[in-house]
Design a protein around this ligand. Structure first.
Ligand code: NAD
Ligand code: USQ
Length: 421
């Protein structure tokens, strides 16, 4: 009999393609989602650029195409504790994959309401799942989507390890080595909830031996996977707005509608990235290599390359002949940082990374062009600021035209600072 997997947040950008990928791999998938992300679109007066279907229609289309069933439970993980407990008892899943959090940093900084919603949704959801796993007595494996943002984006001066840092401390005059969780350094209320999730995992693993994998994922780019490309009814969501749109997808979409690329500050912010097709593969790999019962929380850096925002903007500008516009940064973040991060654990498990290439960027650009009529240009510029005294810059300060972009010099085309061991 096929094994059960519960995908929490399975209607979302990462959760939907993961549900399909695991269903195709032979697991019986049950999606849990309260559709809060779709409701936030209503609040923000925005919508996915791609026309995503209602969840039951998506599931029906998958069944019609593949003959495979996906179940769905509509429940709020932060509120409906007993329903998730019953589901775990009933399904006794091999794994529970946890995507179900409010994941936009700008949305989490909009106002005190948005800060409080993000904290209460994310922390209660994560804690309810952990408590339910323990109360159910089911020996399942929790795979959580965390973020590389837990490490912070100051200049670390070192290569960031996968979760744990070896430190030397002096005890009674003798030096001892310890492995500790890498110090948390959140850059938004959203990122803060992810650092707090990590403590909850540490405790439930230590106290109850819950088997947990925490995936510190970089910024996901791309739209469709092999599965979501099978039919328009399976199409993945494409967030382009100032709160939920992430940087590379936004640049590709902006170029598709002829809007200047919206770089914050100098664009010297360096971040880690992963393509959505690699996201789903990493999750399968994590599910299939669970930690042992007594093993500490397993932490993987789910990233395949690093780039600065400016270099990405310049690549997209050259490729599509679109100007870059530099805006006052609405965030409280370092204007320039270095980032070097290890990622050998997934490579050792066989991940063959998909890195940025023109073909894949062109695919996103083509999707964005096809649905450009669905874009509301008023939602493009970021208006959520990190502090109440910061004013959003709606117009930008200056532009760089594609012809003015310096030739691809060594610094802009430097290979990614990923350290595979
Ligand atoms: P998303 O907002 O598209 O999907 C999250 C899903 O969870 C939504 O469908 C939402 O309705 C659901 N949800 C939220 N709170 C819930 C609750 N209380 N009960 C039930 N369902 C709930 O986000 P995503 O981009 O798919 O991200 C998934 C996870 O991956 C998040 O935890 C995010 O922090 C992490 N992540 C995402 C990225 C990225 O670039 N998208 C990068 C790194 C990490
Ligand atoms: N940025 C711009 N212009 C834009 C949008 C963003 O310059 O139009 C800059 C931001 O100021 C920031 C960087 O690009 O310096 C990344 O911003 P982002 O919105 O692409 O990503 P971020 O807010 O970090 O959040 C996203 C996901 C989140 C995930 C995180 C991974 O929304 O769920 O946790 O990526 S990480 O960045 O590694 O923390």
């Amino acid at each position: 009999m096929a094994e059960n997997i519960i995908v929490l947040g399975g209607d979302g950008f990462c959760g939907w393609p993961t549900s399909l990928y695991l269903s195709r791999a032979g697991y019986d998938v049950t999606i849990v989602d309260n559709l809060s992300r779709r409701k936030i679109d209503v609040e923000l007066e925005c919508d996915s650029l791609t026309p995503i279907r209602p969840l039951s229609k998506r599931i029906q289309a998958w069944r019609d195409l593949t003959g495979r069933n996906i179940d769905y439970a509509c429940l709020d993980l932060a509120e409906h504790y007993h329903r998730i407990l019953s589901l775990i008892r009933e399904l006794r899943p091999r794994a529970i994959i946890h995507f179900a959090e409010q994941r936009a940093a700008p949305y989490s900084m909009k106002s005190s309401y948005h800060k409080r919603y993000t904290v209460s949704n994310n922390l209660n959801a994560t804690h309810n799942i952990l408590a339910a796993i323990v109360e159910s007595g089911v020996d399942t494996h929790l795979v959580h989507l965390g973020t590389t943002g837990v490490y912070g984006y100051g200049t670390a001066g070192m290569t960031i390890p996968e979760g744990y840092l070896t430190v030397k401390v002096e005890v009674d005059g003798r030096e001892q080595e310890l492995e500790i969780l890498y110090p948390a350094n959140p850059g938004s209320v959203y990122h803060m909830t992810k650092t707090q999730d990590a403590l909850a995992f540490y405790f439930y693993n230590k106290n109850d031996q819950v088997r947990i994998t925490d995936l510190h994922q970089g910024i996901v780019w791309g739209t469709n996977t092999e599965d979501t490309s099978l039919d328009e009814a399976l199409i993945n969501r494409f967030d382009y707005d100032g709160d939920y749109g992430t940087v590379l997808n936004r640049f590709l979409m902006q170029s598709a509608i002829g809007h200047p690329l919206t770089v914050h500050g100098t664009g010297g912010q360096k971040r880690a990235f992963i393509h959505i097709q690699d996201t789903v593969e990493c999750i399968r790999l994590a599910v299939e290599t669970p930690p042992a019962r007594e093993e500490r929380v397993k932490i993987f850096n789910q990233v395949t390359e690093t780039h600065t925002v400016r270099d990405l903007a310049r690549k997209v500008a050259r490729m599509t002949d679109t100007p870059i516009r530099y805006y006052e940064n609405p965030r409280n973040e370092d204007s320039e940082n270095t980032l070097s991060i290890r990622n050998e654990k997934f490579l050792e498990l066989g991940l063959n990374p998909i890195t940025l290439n023109k073909g894949l960027m062109n695919e996103v650009y083509t999707v964005a062009r096809r649905y450009s009529h669905r874009c509301d240009r008023d939602n493009i510029v970021c208006t959520s600021t990190w502090r109440p005294d910061m004013q959003p810059d709606l117009h930008g300060k200056y532009e760089e035209r594609p012809g003015e972009i310096p030739e691809e010099d060594a610094s802009s085309e430097k290979p990614s600072e990923i350290e595979p061991g």
